[in-house]
Design a protein around this ligand. Structure first.
Ligand code: SF4
Length: 379
């Protein structure tokens, strides 16, 4: 029942009202990964404990883990901080929730590192790998809708290309560019240039785009993945005719995880409201959070912040412009009204306490607001 109800919760403090998304914040995969990381620290005092990359896209959690002695081997984009030569068989290496590539896993296994001991790869990411494997076994080429540099998409691409030819598309523009090779509008040489780094070895666009299936990074925008799948489906109908569609297109559902789906569905409900602005809390490199921001921006002025510290005063807020990838400052962001309506939600890698702190920070600006206990007594 709970899952079917995506209506927001209204917390009415009088001069300020918060509409809280029905689903937001930590997902199963992130909670599990954090728990295992702390366990790894506890069980291995005195040893080097490494994380392949950021545990999750949340700076506070990552900073806390680093403060307790965990070291990151590389950053989100794969830039190496600690050379592989420094890592030996007695070291502990934690695989983050995004999973890792087969190449890195094999490299660590060759060194004798017990990679499965603290492997926190989320089961919903593994489900995508299985779907890709099945498509590969059925000789479909796997089109991965994901952010090419994101850890999860790099891991999925690595697993996928072990089963079948694979290519990554970032968005619908990329999908349309790829379709030029399906229709023969562009040459092979142009493909290798345009999709450099994002196709499997031996990929021949003249041969390997005749039969395709789509999977996606678990945190993409559901509607965009659906549009991309529909686009390739239609391209195959146009080229080969409806009657032979099954030979050219695998009609599968998206591979988003439950948390992404629930958080996005809950955000669609928020869009039906009338509010003064929206606040989305989460890491600035978090994929699922960025899509919640995208949705909120359709209807509201939206502030994407990574913590309550970004709310500098009742007159100044620092927030991230996801499209331009830059921090911005907005002054006089609280409208002068008798009662202000604020939409509040967060991404899957944001601890709930952060959302709580953001709400508390706003409440400080309204001295006549009702007490929290009074507002919460009916819940
Ligand atoms: S966002 Fe989804 S896939 Fe990623 S860790 Fe959370 S539950 Fe797993």
């Amino acid at each position: 029942m709970r899952k079917q109800d995506f209506s927001p919760t209204l917390l009415d403090f009088g001069p300020v009202q918060f509409y809280i998304a029905r689903h937001f914040g930590f997902c199963y995969g992130v909670e599990n990964a954090i728990e295992i990381s702390y366990k790894a620290l506890e069980e291995n005092a005195g040893k080097n404990v490494y994380l392949l990359s950021q545990m999750i896209h949340n700076q506070e959690v990552n900073a806390d883990l680093q403060g307790r002695g965990i070291k990151f081997i590389m950053d989100t984009d794969g830039t190496q901080f600690i050379p592989w030569e420094k890592i030996g068989k007695d070291d502990i290496v934690i695989i983050p929730a995004f999973g890792t590539t087969l190449e890195i896993e094999n490299l660590l296994l060759d060194k004798g590192v017990e990679v499965q001991r603290y492997n926190t790869t989320c089961p919903f990411v593994e489900k995508v790998w299985k779907r890709a494997e099945k498509l590969g076994q059925e000789t479909y080429t796997i089109i991965i809708h994901g952010k090419p540099k994101h850890e999860e998409t790099r891991a999925t691409f690595s697993h996928s290309k072990a089963s079948g030819h694979s290519v990554v598309v970032r968005d619908m523009d990329d999908a349309q560019r790829l379709a030029n090779y399906l229709t023969g509008n562009k040459t092979k040489a142009e493909f290798y240039e345009e999709f450099r780094g994002n196709y499997s070895a031996g990929f021949d666009p003249e041969k390997h785009l005749q039969r395709v299936g789509v999977v996606n990074q678990t945190t993409m925008l559901a509607t965009e993945t659906q549009s991309i799948a529909d686009f390739f489906r239609q391209a195959m109908i146009t080229k080969y005719g409806e009657s032979s569609l099954k030979d050219h297109f695998a009609d599968t559902r998206d591979t988003l995880c439950y948390a992404t789906n629930d958080n996005q569905d809950a955000t669609y409900e928020l869009l039906k409201l009338d509010a003064d602005f929206a606040v989305v809390v989460g890491g600035y490199n978090s994929s699922n959070t960025s899509h919640i921001v995208d949705l909120c921006e359709q209807n509201f002025k939206t502030f994407f912040i990574n913590s309550d510290a970004e709310i500098k005063s009742s007159d100044e807020i620092h927030h991230f412009d996801y499209h331009r990838k830059e921090l911005r400052t907005t002054y006089a962001f609280l409208p002068e009204k008798k009662s202000i309506k604020i939409i509040l939600t967060s991404g899957a890698s944001c601890p709930d306490t952060l959302v709580d702190r953001v709400m508390q920070k706003f409440l400080n600006f309204f001295p006549h607001a009702k007490k929290i206990e009074e507002v919460l007594k009916d819940f």
